[in-house]
Ligand binder design. Structure first.
Ligand SMILES: [Zn+2]
Length: 75
């Protein structure tokens, strides 16, 4: 996986996380199962994950978004 593919992948994950947090039903890109959402204030780290354990996105609300936290926007 080259850097562009990696950034593309991160943006897809970001989009899934954003949609889930906006209250949309989002399905696992791997198996198509409805993703489970731990919302902010649920007592768990905010995340979106597949009940089949093949997909997971952790969400960091301290920074603005995941992409920024990884420093990918600065390139
Ligand atoms: Zn899945």
């Amino acid at each position: 996986m080259n850097e562009n593919e990696f950034i593309k992948e991160i943006r897809v994950l970001q989009q899934i996380a954003d949609r889930a947090m906006a209250g949309e039903e989002v399905y696992c890109p791997k198996c198509g199962e409805l993703l489970i959402i731990n919302k902010l204030g649920s007592g768990k780290h905010p995340s979106v994950f597949c009940p089949n354990n093949d997909f997971k996105v952790m969400i960091d609300y301290k920074g603005n978004n995941v992409i920024e936290n990884l420093g990918l926007d600065k390139k």
